[in-house]
Structures are given as structure tokens and as C-alpha cells.
Ligand binder design. Structure first.
Ligand code: SF4
Length: 329
């Protein structure tokens, strides 16, 4: 007899079977998983990952293309001008720096590269500059280009697409219900509109959120269900790093077990997505090892990213040891 059934009142195996046979779990079922036995939940999520995604592990790297001074008030973010943080502020980086960043990572086996900019959106002159950067990256290496530049219009996204960008990143961040507690200068619907604009421009979408910002498990599940509804196949999982000077500076960092439970439940809801450990992975004591055994199969990596707390070599060796192969999915 399955001990998890007796002890926790939820049959993980039954829900796993439902997902493995192509079914979709409901919100109530996902909520049941929130109080299930953790090790069995994680093993089952890993099995679902293996069935739907095989052993492909998807690495990406990013460069901070514009930093600080953002007009928006996202509570978790060090780059908001509403908070008093100690960060570097600079305008758009030049072509040389973008190309150098892309090549550095691509030469070390990281197949995806994104320029990420602070700010609500980009103006048209900035989009022109960014397009030049993406074209130049394309002329120098074969990296798969992603972009993250805020709440863009469809025509701006089309220009990025024409400059060689393949995928656009815009996080939902949290649930629709909790979003107004996190940010009041733009809305959840603004995010959804951007995602739909990216799709209509012919771009793939990368969208996930940040955890440990005061949200409940129900908020996490609601966001995953919205991502499923939107058909998102690349889902960044950021763990809050409480930054001095932000309203969330005193939040507790998520435990390793809580991170495992989040990715495992996300795997049940999004069986064929690349669940990508992004910011805050370095806060986990094992740098992600246990979450990569619990349903996560992608990560942001880099030698200069303070958020990962790892290096490309470390990450490549780690995922190889876990039986993954670094490649596109
Ligand atoms: S819009 Fe982006 S850069 Fe600006 S505060 Fe929010 S998360 Fe930070």
C-alpha cells in the first residue's frame, strides 16, 4: 500500500498516471499536491519530466542591458526607482558588449542568450539600438537569441523578431489575485497583453515568476494554470533574494524543500515545459541539484551573474552528473 495515500490523503500515483496519460490536473488536485509527501511528489515529477522532455537540459544566459531607474514599483526588484537600493545605473549597453557577452557564453556551450533591460518598456529609439545589437550578435555567433524588454507593442516585437530574436521573455511574476500586492504601476493584464503581442509577432514565449514574495501556494498554482492556458513552454522560476532597500528586504528566503515542492507541482501542471531555475538559485544550499531531480530541467547560468552563485563549468558538470544532456528542447 502506498504510504503517501494513507498519511496524506492524496494519491500522488493516481495524479501522476493522469498526467502521464495526457490528462490535465485540476486546481483542486494541484492543491492536494501542496500537502502531499514531498519525496514521492518530487520523484513522480521527475518521472513526468523524463517522459515528456527526456534528458534534455536547457541552459540560457543573460546580460543586463540597461540597469536601474525603473519607473515601475515591483516590490521585489532592486532596479525600481521607488526603492532605495545600491545598484549600478546605466543606459543601454553598446553593440560590442552585447556581442562579447553572447560569444563568451556560446563558446562555453550555453546555446541561448538574452539581453534583459530594466524599465516598463523601451522607446522606439531604444528598440532600434537593441535590433542592431541582436543583428550583430547573429553576425558573430549562432546563439539562439531571446529578449526581455518589458511591456512592448506588437510592432516593436515584430522588429525584434526581424532582427533575429526567437523568444520573448515576460514574467507573469505571480497570480492575478496577488499581483496588485506586488506592483501597482502596471497590471497582470498588461503582462498578458505583452505575451499575446509576442505570439502575434511570431515569437516563442518565456514566462514564469518569482517565489517567496508573500504569495500562497494557491497563488503559485493559479499562475501555473494561467501559464498552461497561455501555452507557455519555458517557465522561469525565480527565488526571491531579499534585497536591502526594497519592501521585501525582510522576507525569509525559501527553503530548499519549498523550492522542490514548487517545481514538482509546476511539473505536474506543465508536463512538457522547460522549468527553468533562474534568479536566486545560488540561495539554495545545493545550487539546484535537488530541484533538478524534482521536475526542473533548465537554468540560467553564467560566470558573471551574481544571482546564480555558480559558474558555467559548475553547472555543466552538475547537470551531466544528474544524467542530463545540455541541448535545446
Ligand atoms: S518593471 Fe522590471 S525593472 Fe522595473 S521594477 Fe518591475 S521588475 Fe524591476
Amino acid at each position: 500500500m502506498n504510504m503517501a495515500v494513507v498519511e496524506y490523503g492524496v494519491d500522488i500515483n493516481l495524479l501522476k498516471g493522469k498526467v502521464l496519460s495526457g490528462g490535465k490536473i485540476t486546481k483542486d488536485e494541484a492543491l492536494e499536491l501542496a500537502s502531499s509527501e514531498l519525496d514521492e511528489l518530487c520523484r513522480s515529477a521527475d518521472e513526468i519530466r523524463e517522459r515528456f522532455c527526456g534528458n534534455a537540459f536547457d541552459f540560457c544566459s543573460i546580460i543586463n542591458g540597461k540597469s536601474g531607474g525603473c519607473t515601475e514599483n515591483c516590490k521585489f526588484c532592486s532596479q525600481s526607482a521607488h526603492h532605495n537600493t545600491d545598484i549600478a545605473k546605466y543606459s543601454l549597453i553598446g553593440e560590442g558588449e552585447a556581442v562579447e557577452g553572447a560569444r563568451y557564453n556560446f563558446d562555453r556551450g550555453v546555446g541561448r542568450f538574452a539581453i534583459v533591460t530594466a524599465g516598463r518598456a523601451m522607446n522606439d529609439a531604444e528598440i532600434d539600438e537593441l535590433c542592431k545589437n541582436y543583428e550583430s550578435i547573429g553576425n558573430h555567433c549562432g546563439v539562439f537569441k531571446c529578449a526581455s524588454h518589458g511591456l512592448l507593442r506588437a510592432d516593436q516585437l515584430t522588429r525584434l523578431k526581424n532582427a533575429g530574436v526567437r523568444r520573448y521573455h515576460s514574467n507573469l511574476e505571480t497570480s492575478r489575485n496577488f499581483f496588485p500586492q506586488v506592483c501597482t504601476t502596471h497590471s497582470y493584464d498588461d503582462k498578458i497583453t505583452t505575451i499575446k503581442n509576442a505570439r502575434s509577432a511570431g515569437l516563442e514565449v518565456c514566462s514564469g515568476g518569482i517565489f517567496g514574495i508573500g504569495e500562497t501556494m494557491e497563488d503559485r498554482i493559479d499562475m501555473a494554470l494561467d501559464l498552461r492556458e497561455l501555452g507557455v513552454k519555458s517557465v522561469p522560476v525565480n527565488i526571491l533574494s531579499p534585497i536591502p532597500g526594497t519592501p521585501l528586504e525582510n522576507n525569509e528566503v525559501l527553503s530548499n524543500d519549498e523550492a522542490r515542492r514548487i517545481v514538482a507541482i509546476y511539473r505536474f501542471i506543465l508536463p512538457d515545459a522547460m522549468i527553468r531555475m533562474a534568479g536566486g538559485r545560488g540561495l539554495l544550499p545545493d545550487k539546484g541539484e535537488s530541484v533538478f531531480r524534482s521536475g526542473a530541467n533548465a537554468a540560467t547560468t553564467g560566470d558573471l551573474l551574481t544571482t546564480t552563485g555558480t559558474s558555467i563549468n559548475f553547472d555543466m558538470a552538475l547537470v551531466k552528473r544528474l544524467g542530463y544532456e545540455a541541448k535545446f528542447h
